[in-house]
Design a protein around this ligand. Structure first.
Ligand SMILES: Nc1nc2c(ncn2[C@@H]2O[C@H](COP(=O)(O)OP(=O)(O)OP(=O)(O)O)[C@@H](O)[C@H]2O)c(=O)[nH]1
Ligand SMILES: [Mg+2]
Length: 328
């Protein structure tokens, strides 16, 4: 390989030594007269040194990376190294381990059955928790968050996604098993009157007579607050339930609290609690805030046993896949 052209500058560490002769880019040695130790004679190459600054910089830039390039390279190498290096084991691993040992962790969740108007659900076999509320309030998303499965229940940005009564099963690590019932939403004006009547009858029939219904969670958008439909539903469950049936625990949940500030969410839940005389829980399917508290309450009302104090295991937040419109 041809030697690199360029000036060999007189280095302070080589003081006293004769500087090495420079090479012309073309390969011919330059022997400036000052290094010959005698007066210049005919034939000596006395050409002035070519302006090396520009070519040298160019050549050096081609072959030797400049300091910035070196720094960039070492940064990239460090990045690659840190990406390849195993993540430090510490708090997250501990939290994961703790969570995997949590007896309340959902180890199994599946779709079981559906009932549209004119059909019915399978015969009841165990305690059921139903979720009701206006269309688009976040019922299906809440079920996904509760069971920590992103796509178990279909959700959508437009109202009217759930069009039948869907029955899901969820089993916790400690063996406690629940049936979760996703109900179609109400208050969706774009349905025909006949459709609304049919769905109303279906939901009312379910709420009135399902023997195993233990709890009804009524979801209310924290930004909208309680509306006439919600209050009617609460009244319906309190009054219309057959006296021979198991009493239903009504739980009110204010949804989408991630969309409003903490203090706005607190005053929204307080206003709902005052109006209904019931405890109201805040919930977000985006951040999973309120999940542990809601599960604890639902387990308590369905299993009848007091819930152990929840461990501080971090919640996995499922992504809200759909872009949701502002409430109309
Ligand atoms: N920011 C935010 N968006 C949410 C939350 N919960 C649900 N959404 C969004 O709200 C929209 C409606 O959610 P769904 O769970 O399908 O609502 P639904 O009550 O089941 O609706 P219907 O089946 O039509 O009655 C979707 O775009 C969700 O991503 C939440 O807690 N926070
Ligand atoms: Mg739904």
């Amino acid at each position: 390989m041809r030697g690199l052209p360029g000036p060999r500058r007189h280095h302070p560490l080589r003081a006293g030594r004769r500087p090495l002769p420079s090479r012309h880019p073309a390969g011919r040695q330059l022997r400036p007269a000052v290094h010959l130790g005698r007066p210049a004679r005919h034939g000596d190459l006395l050409l002035p040194l070519p302006p090396l600054a520009l070519p040298v910089r160019r050549v050096q830039a081609d072959v030797q990376p400049g300091i910035d390039a070196v720094n960039d390279q070492s940064k990239t190498a460090k990045k690659k190294k840190s990406a390849a290096a195993p993540k430090p084991k510490g708090a997250p691993a501990e939290a994961k381990k703790k969570k995997s040992l949590d007896p309340r962790q959902i180890v199994h969740a599946d779709f079981l059955a559906a009932a549209a108007p004119g059909s019915s659900l399978p015969a009841p076999t165990m305690a059921e928790i139903a979720f009701a509320g206006r269309s688009n309030v976040g019922k299906s998303s809440l079920i996904n968050t509760l069971v920590e499965r992103k796509g178990l229940v279909r959700t959508g940005a437009t109202p009217g996604v759930t069009r039948q009564i869907n029955l899901f099963e969820a089993r916790a690590r400690d063996g406690a098993t629940f049936h979760l019932i996703d109900l179609p939403g109400y208050g969706y004006a774009r349905r025909s009157k006949a459709e609304r009547t049919a769905w109303g009858d279906l939901i009312e029939g379910y709420l009135r007579s399902r023997v195993t219904l233990a709890a009804l969670v009524i979801l209310v958008d924290a930004r909208r607050g309680l509306e006439e439909d919600d209050l009617e539903l609460i009244q319906f469950v309190e009054e219309a339930r057959d006296v021979q049936r198991r009493p239903v625990e009504v739980v009110i949940v204010a949804t989408k609290i991630d969309k409003i500030g903490r203090s706005a969410s607190r005053s929204a839940t307080a206003a709902m609690a005052k109006r209904t005389g019931r405890k109201v829980l805040g919930f977000s399917s985006v951040t999973a805030e309120g999940r542990a508290e809601l599960w604890a309450l639902l387990r308590k009302v369905t299993l009848g046993a007091p819930e152990a104090a929840p461990e501080a295991a971090p919640e996995a937040a499922p992504e809200a896949k759909d872009v949701e419109p502002e409430p109309s």
